[in-house]
Ligand binder design. Structure first.
Ligand code: SF4
Length: 473
């Protein structure tokens, strides 16, 4: 009998994409995705070590599964991802009923490890310290029929003091341009019309083969791929953000007018302590150049509040920079100690109550800015790619949701039965801090919509649950 599986994903887009590969490998090994609401024979947790509470969440979910596994002796549990890479045998000490612990560098070994655990009736731990094969060479069960992530690099050569990624994912390894473009062309042939190039520090791409302009060249080459409608990327690092990338963004027809560039702090003193090698004026200068070349570009960012030693004055510098930068959205995080990072042992850790209070102030401050930025879109026409997961918000009202070219969430009344994966031109009629409301002008059926329809008619569940979409940089 076929064994069913589910994959639970925590953390960033890299992990979500790794989960697509885990699902692809399990499909290939003969497993099938579990039907919604049923208990899978195999549960895989793809974990995160960056976010606070990721470990609590994992161990909570593992204890929930313990009695279920006792009643189903054939059931298996596997734990992979960054937390597995970091904690290794600790996981088995805390949850001895786990069957397999695998690291970020050996996702491809999972089916063999599960098999070995079953035959030998013993838990298997396999953590590799370095990448064996570039993960994109592995099969994938993609979550969307028309929108795909494409890894261009893994690892990171930076040493931001709050970040565990370099320790867990290793130094940057770049995939060859030829390999990346081949994957994109294959995806486009399958109906994909939007890709997001992924890397911890996407615009450092090329460091591995000593070509500082490699990322800009890659963007331009994406522009030559017929049928590829939208190209996005995340996350760039301000240090490596060079003018040739801005020129490539402006001059390549399918590279979208949106830049998500982590700021982390508006205070130069804090940036220095974070070992972020740019300063606030450099960051603002990049925004000025991007807006000069692409006037309709929207800018979003990540900010950490309450880094060790952050004073009220430092925090005020972050608020001021947000005002000046006019971000369309900021993903804000409360600093919390991540064991194994240099910042964990820094003096002057900020009290949680102060961090929480600053976080609320920043959130409220940014809400007002986002609202103003979004109100500026009222009356404009935008082309929206109807989303697969956002889907139909409300069957009664028949509202659809999608993303504009500049990455804003747009809700609109569906008057022509557009499908997920189709483009809809809308006129924006209203705005909130988080989304825009539009009225439909015309629907443009696309190959993306066809691919989605085909996928939907397969009536298969994905077996993969999504995490929170961000990538460190
Ligand atoms: S925050 Fe980003 S750039 Fe800094 S070390 Fe982590 S992954 Fe690298």
């Amino acid at each position: 009998m076929e064994r069913t599986y589910s994959v639970e994903t925590y953390g960033c887009q890299m992990n979500v994409h790794d989960s697509e590969r885990i699902a692809g490998l399990l499909d290939e090994a003969g497993y099938i995705p579990v039907a919604e609401g049923s208990q899978a024979d195999l549960v895989v947790f793809n974990t995160c070590a960056v976010r606070e509470n990721a470990d609590n969440k994992l161990y909570g979910n593992l204890s929930f599964l313990a009695p279920i596994k006792k009643l189903n002796p054939g059931m298996q549990i596997a734990v992979g991802g960054c937390l597995a890479q970091k904690d290794q045998s600790i996981i088995l000490k805390k949850a001895p009923y786990v069957d397999v612990v695998f690291g970020t560098h050996n996702v491809g070994s999972l089916p063999a490890l599960l098999e070995r655990a079953r035959i030998e009736e013993e838990a298997q731990i396999e953590i590799k310290e370095a990448l064996e094969h570039f993960p994109s060479a592995l099969p994938a069960r993609r979550l969307s029929a028309f929108s795909a992530w494409v890894s261009i690099s893994v690892g990171c050569n930076n040493t931001c003091t709050f970040c565990i990624v370099p320790t867990l994912r290793g130094i940057e390894k770049d995939r060859s341009e030829e390999d990346i473009l081949r994957e994109i062309r294959t995806l486009v042939a399958q109906g994909v019309i939007e890709i997001t190039l992924l890397g911890q520090n996407v615009n450092a791409y090329g460091v591995d083969f000593a070509d500082r302009q490699a990322f800009a060249k890659l963007l331009r080459k994406c522009g030559d791929i017929e049928g590829l409608e939208r190209v996005r990327f995340m996350s760039p690092h301000p240090r490596d953000f060079t003018d040739d990338v801005i020129e490539a963004m402006a001059e390549t027809h399918n590279v979208m007018p949106h830049l998500h560039m982590p700021l982390q702090s508006g205070s130069d003193r804090v940036l220095q302590n974070m070992r972020r090698s740019y300063r606030s004026d450099r960051y603002l200068k990049i925004l000025e150049n991007v807006r000069g070349a692409i006037p309709h570009a929207s800018i979003t960012t990540d900010i950490i509040v309450g880094f060790p030693g952050e004073t009220e004055e430092d925090f005020q510098a972050t608020l001021d920079l947000c005002t000046e930068a006019q971000f369309a959205a900021a993903y804000t995080y409360q600093y919390s100690i991540r064991p194994g990072t240099p910042a964990a042992s820094m003096p002057d850790q900020i009290a949680a109550s102060v961090v929480g209070e600053r976080y609320t102030r920043l959130h409220e401050h940014q809400q007002l800015i986002s609202l103003e930025v979004n109100k500026g879109a009222i009356g404009k026409e935008m082309r929206v790619l109807v989303g697969e997961y956002e889907g139909r918000r409300d069957a009664r009202e028949s509202r659809l949701t999608g993303k504009s070219e500049d990455f804003r969430l747009v809700h609109f009344a569906d008057s022509s039965n557009a499908r997920a994966g189709d483009f809809v031109d809308v006129r924006i009629t209203d705005a909130s801090a988080h989304y825009l409301i539009g009225e439909e002008l015309q629907t443009i059926a696309t190959r993306g919509g066809d691919a989605h329809e085909l996928r939907t008619s397969e009536k298969k569940t994905s077996g993969v649950s999504l995490g929170i979409p961000t990538v460190r940089a």
